[in-house]
Design a protein around this ligand. Structure first.
Ligand code: CU
Length: 317
């Protein structure tokens, strides 16, 4: 009896988390607004009742970065070297619903398309910017796989005609060879070349949480961070398990030309559920971009953010 009661509570918690997740991905982001947790939850409730006819689980599908098609666009097959031995090229196209290649892209974060490639275990990560052939719509860049494995490729772009914003499409690519997968464990510090980085702040499921990355070199705070992609650092956040692609917003002043910053860089990160999140922080010093990886667990925030849903949910189940 006691165990069954606990299970019931757990199920209620899941329902609440999904309501919060839907509110963040579908209701808040398209408006381009960073809402606080209370607003996100309230908008989520409104969106849910407006989509009462949708089947269960549709809120999950609205998370970005888990589908090869979204917002009327699709990611083509991704061409790349078949193994780790051969250098070559990685190439793909963004297709419209009618199968036509998209050739018109809007600049976002200083680029027309952001390409993220991560191995399924999160251990390998690249954030690069391929070149567009505007006559064919083919995006490409020189490419070589360092290690075998199953990789997720993400294209993050905004169509030039303004029909959608911040579209994230993903495909899986398999590279043959020996694989020793790495299990992601919570990690709040990183060493990259002679830089030491740490990340502070707590991720709370269903709301926007502030995380701050601090950077030092030789025990001195690094204050000469250079602008990169329109901010003093860029953060990509993926959910461990399905590698869903989270919305991340840089905090603080926009960089001025020639300006530098440091040693702290803050972001608002929206974790849809509890669980483990893979964080990749790109930063630029002396003209060179480096990436530090962190792993942070998101905790349940239901007890501390009363929104009314906690009273409503149990009656429906
Ligand atoms: Cu990018």
């Amino acid at each position: 009896m006691h165990a069954a009661g606990r299970l019931g509570l757990y199920a209620i918690g899941l329902v609440i988390a999904f309501v919060g997740a839907y509110g963040i991905s579908a209701a808040v982001i398209p408006a381009g607004v960073v809402a606080d947790g209370t607003e996100a939850a309230r908008d989520g409730g409104a969106a849910m009742s407006g989509h009462a006819a949708m089947t269960d689980g549709s809120q999950d599908a609205s998370l970005p970065g888990v589908s090869m098609s979204a917002d009327g666009y699709a990611l083509s097959a991704v061409a790349s070297p078949a193994s780790t031995d051969e250098p070559g090229e990685l190439a793909f196209r963004i297709l419209t619903t009618g199968g036509e290649p998209l050739t018109d892209f809007a600049v976002s974060h200083e680029k027309r398309l952001h390409l993220i490639v991560v191995r399924g275990d999160g251990a390998l990560f690249r954030h690069v910017h391929p070149t567009l052939d505007t006559t064919t719509g083919t995006w490409s860049l020189p490419w070589q796989w360092d290690e075998a494995g199953t990789y997720r490729v993400y294209a993050d772009f905004t169509p030039g005609d303004g029909t959608a914003e911040g579209v994230v499409l993903t495909r899986t690519v398999h590279i043959a060879g020996e694989l020793a997968p790495v299990r992601a464990e919570p990690t709040r510090s990183a060493i990259v070349d002679d830089f030491a980085l740490s990340i502070t702040g707590d991720l709370t499921a269903g709301t926007a949480s502030e995380l701050t990355v601090s950077i030092s070199r030789g025990n001195e705070p690094v204050t000469e961070l250079e602008p990169y992609l329109g901010a003093f650092g860029h953060l990509v956040a993926l959910r461990d398990g399905d590698l869903a692609y989270l919305h991340v917003h840089p905090q603080g002043e926009d960089p001025q030309p020639g300006g530098t910053s440091g040693a702290d860089v803050s972001f608002m990160v929206e974790a849809p559920t509890t669980g483990r999140y893979l964080l990749y922080f790109d930063f630029q010093v002396d003209g060179q971009v480096r990436t530090a990886a962190f792993v942070v667990d998101a905790e349940s925030g239901q007890r501390s953010t009363p929104t009314g849903h906690g009273d409503e949910a149990p009656h429906g189940h």
